[in-house]
Design a protein around this ligand. Sequence first.
Ligand code: ATP
Ligand code: MG
Ligand code: MG
Length: 580
Amino acid sequence: STPPVSNFLRTIIDQDLANGTYAQKRWAGKPGPASVQAHGAVDAARIRTRFPPEPNGYLHIGHAKSICLNFGLARDYGGVCHLRFDDTNPEKEEDEYVKAIIETVRWLGFSWETPEEDNLYFASDYFGYMYEFAQALIRSGDAYVDEQNAEQMRATRGTLTEKGTNSPWRDRPAAESLALLEEMRAGKHPDGSLVLRAKIDMGSPNMNMRDPALYRIRHAEHHRTGNAWCIYPMYTWAHPVEDALEGITHSLCTLEFEDQRPFYDWILNKLAELGQLSRPLPHQYEFSRLNLSYVVTSKRKLLELVREGHVAGWDDPRLPTLAGLRRRGYTPAAIRLFCERLGVSKADSRIDYSVLEQALRDTLDPVAERRVAVLDPLKLVITNYPEGQSELCHAPANPHQPEAGTREFPFARELWIERDDFQEVPAKKYFRLFPGNTVRLKYGYIVTCTGCVKDENGRITEVHAEYLPETKSGTPGADSVKVKGTITWVSAAHAVPAEIRLYDRLFSDPHPDAGDKNFLEALNPNSYHAVQGWLEPGTQADPEASWQFERLGYFVADLIDSTRDKPVVNRTVTLKDAWI
Ligand code: ATP
Ligand code: MG
Ligand code: MG
């Protein structure tokens, strides 16, 4: 494989390693505050990154960028990457999502396990530490319980041009705030009545530094901690603490969190000064998120598509979820190549969907086994070929890999061909079958079309042709007749019947949710249809078997619905870019 392309994050890591930024870092083999890490081994020169999904939905292609970045850097620098569930928001989180996320990260080819460590963590395991840290911040005069309601807090927060005003509760004695926090935790106060806030600066030009909330009251059951807690940490407070407890060195997030970085640093430095966290502390770096055309990647919108039945589920092959892409036939290698080609920068960009498709073709072409298949079948009868007879034809398993050998399948009197490979009255420059024309049946014989049969409605039901016995592919006479057209076919008596699911883009608009557009209005009504087709004899459609069907594209046997006896095959992508 090619060496990784450098980027601003690699430059930072190179410098940190050269400067010994993490030379004093200790790691106790488990997350914890300074008191725990003090007993750990020196973990110098080992970078630690993390991928921190919230288990409130399935992962999508945007998450793949973050996964490949975080796990990729850890791998390339001999470090480790944690998988951490950021489950601090009780209402929207579920175990189903936890399982699906674990499976998807593994499927992509990454691991959070090392011989010594199993770095799978849940932020909810740190609720106790967070609570102790909050108490320490109150004691040191850096946090207070505010009794203003949400509306009053909004009003006193100020604006970009106007400073905020201090809460009347801001300078209450620490003992009072400590007692109130205790009561909040004990469930003595209703949702929204009290908030713990950091005491920073209501006049800061950065709105995020105007006494941000740390804890809010939520009487809600959590998928892991049940009813143990009724106060939950705000994301902006929880996240730096999670990073520090886990000894993360480089905390990578998307650009929308750039304005949060001063608070991230403030909170960690405060807690380190108070002896709660050990140094060196993690640093936050921002990169631009992936925006892909023709899809939506907001989990809220994906959830809406699933809940309202616009798609069959989170793994619907039309969705940009990783479970959906997998079912569609996308491979981990293709998604990793796509992310590699995206690179990492701070520049906002929109990536065309065709870039993802091309990464798939580029990874499949060298390895995919070839098959023939017919999706829109029309009978071709070779009228001078004996009934009941058949013979084998040979084709390469993969033309790029001679060592992969050949496949064989029978030629017989009755074949299936694609309906559009015959025209009774040929259009200009049409070189395939029409009465009087001669074409090659790929890997078989050259045939001359003699006519067709129609039903009472004028629909063509059969095409007739005569074969030239000396022209079989791979025999000396194969080139004795020159033809301009080649078509694919399967023997009707031997071919494998299959349900073939043809997918198109889910949205007709390249930017379905740009501005204040309603993305549901951009749904493509023709994004899915299924046909009955025929596969090359001998094709075994075990779940996730995949092939290139010659002339047609890449296809995969459906992960859930396909069996050898009843093949169900999804079209992953056509051979050529159809998105222009
Ligand atoms: P969504 O907006 O879809 O709900 P999220 O960012 O809220 O996504 P998380 O589960 O919190 O979802 O994301 C986990 C990680 O994945 C975060 O570090 C986040 O920065 C990253 N991530 C999410 N979406 C993208 C994207 N489109 N491009 C790059 N990284 C992303
Ligand atoms: Mg998030
Ligand atoms: Mg979100």
